[in-house]
Write a protein that binds this ligand. Structure first.
Ligand code: BGC
Length: 392
């Protein structure tokens, strides 16, 4: 097998601010994690101490032979108190951007990745009348430090965010929140779309920025003739968010697994199916399928794979999964789909929203010393990037 990828293809790894930085104390997620009696088993705490160790992390990315790095700017740090923008925090993120550029890495910057400032949530979150303007103001504050950045993701996985909003609502009503995610809160979904478009308007003021958002692609498949149920399910949870990206500079595809939909909704992963540490089905074909689905939904919008990976403690399994995913991606591209890059989730074994158990990282992180250990899968991906081709 020798599957070449185009020249100039971005090969990278990804993380988010809350999951890697540590001590994101002014955020709503921090409040949720630290609430007595909350439903999350583990708190983010120091995370990977990425806030202080980003230079080491960028060196690792460069030394592996990758050429891109996706990271987040944390709104709760930039604006910890409403209306008070921290120039020191903006300078921190500017150093991170320059750290990428100095190392020859293309930065892919996410402005919002699940966490918001706690004050924003207390003011009513995304459905409050002033929410979109608050987000717009934050984007405007960040704009001056984005000089030299091409790829900007406004909001990460708005579809998951809207589902999480519904889950938190249910938890507040003391309903059982175990099991499958609830459907998105539609008012939150619509507010996020408006916020995304407002952010794109602001970012449009800067020359050279390409902006888009990233959608969780769940590969909904119909079981037992439940095509209509599958389509309805997919529209609320995914397709409306893809449709909202029509006309954007790019769309971020994030895919891990598939979900089968029967007449009554999502089906459990069948007994005996191979699973990952998150309980998801091991399904490398997810990426190629997600890319095809996205391209069919919003033809002409360039695709950047902003996340794909596997939670496993067996690093050889990570290589196996990623080989399958990249082969599927190559096939989709050979069919004419415009894909600009592949960013593996994640660079580090970071905080997986409630647990450190589900390790997605190319690089291990010691939970007490924060020492980084590069795994063989990272070297393997670096070799693929250097060769610009998947071989084997
Ligand atoms: C998110 C990441 C998360 C990953 C694995 C995506 O939903 O953007 O923050 O860690 O998938 O669950």
């Amino acid at each position: 097998m020798h599957l070449p990828f185009p020249n100039g293809f971005l090969w990278g790894a990804a993380g988010s601010a809350h999951q890697t930085e540590g001590n994101n104390v002014a955020s709503d997620m921090w409040a949720l994690e630290n609430r007595p009696g909350g439903f999350l088993p583990e708190r983010s705490g120091d995370a990977c101490d990425g806030y202080h160790r980003w230079r080491e992390d960028l060196d690792i990315v460069r030394d592996l032979g990758l050429n891109a790095y996706r990271f987040g700017i944390e709104w709760a740090r930039v604006e910890p108190v409403e209306g008070q923008v921290s120039l020191a925090e903006l300078a921190h993120y500017r150093r991170l951007i320059e750290g990428c550029l100095d190392r020859g890495l293309t930065p892919v910057v996410t402005l919002h990745h699940f966490s918001s400032p706690l004050w924003f949530q207390r003011r009513g979150g995304w459905t409050d009348a002033g929410a979109v303007e608050r987000f717009r103001r934050y984007v405007r504050a960040v704009l001056p430090i984005l000089n030299g950045v091409t790829w900007v993701c406004t909001i990460n996985e708005p579809n998951m965010l809207a589902m999480m909003a519904n889950m938190v609502k249910r938890e507040k009503r003391e309903e059982n929140v175990a099991g499958a995610m609830p459907p998105p809160d539609q008012a939150v979904a619509e507010a996020l779309m408006t916020a995304h478009h407002a952010a794109r308007e602001e970012l449009g003021a800067a020359a050279g920025i390409r902006s888009g958002w990233t959608v969780a692609n769940q590969n909904f498949e119909a079981a037992d003739g439940a095509e209509a149920e599958r389509d309805a399910w997919a529209w609320t949870r995914e397709d409306q968010f893809l449709d909202a990206a029509a006309g954007d500079d790019f769309i971020g595809v994030q895919a891990y697994t598939r979900v089968c939909i029967g007449r009554e909704g999502a089906l459990d992963v069948p007994d005996g199916a191979r699973r990952t540490l998150t309980g998801w089905e091991f399904y490398p074909a997810a990426l190629g399928n997600a890319v095809r689905h996205t391209a069919a939904r919003i033809p002409g919008v360039p695709i950047l794979v902003t996340e794909n990976g596997i939670a496993t403690s067996d690093d050889a399994e990570r290589v196996e999964y990623t080989t399958g995913a990249l082969a599927g991606l190559h096939e989709a591209m050979a069919g004419g789909i415009d894909v600009r890059g592949y960013l593996h989730w994640s660079l580090l074994d970071n905080y997986e929203w409630g647990t450190y158990h589900a390790t997605f990282g190319l690089v291990a992180v010691d939970r007490r010393t924060f020492a980084r250990t590069v795994k063989p899968s990272a070297r393997w991906l670096g070799d693929v990037a250097r060769a610009g081709a998947l071989s084997g």
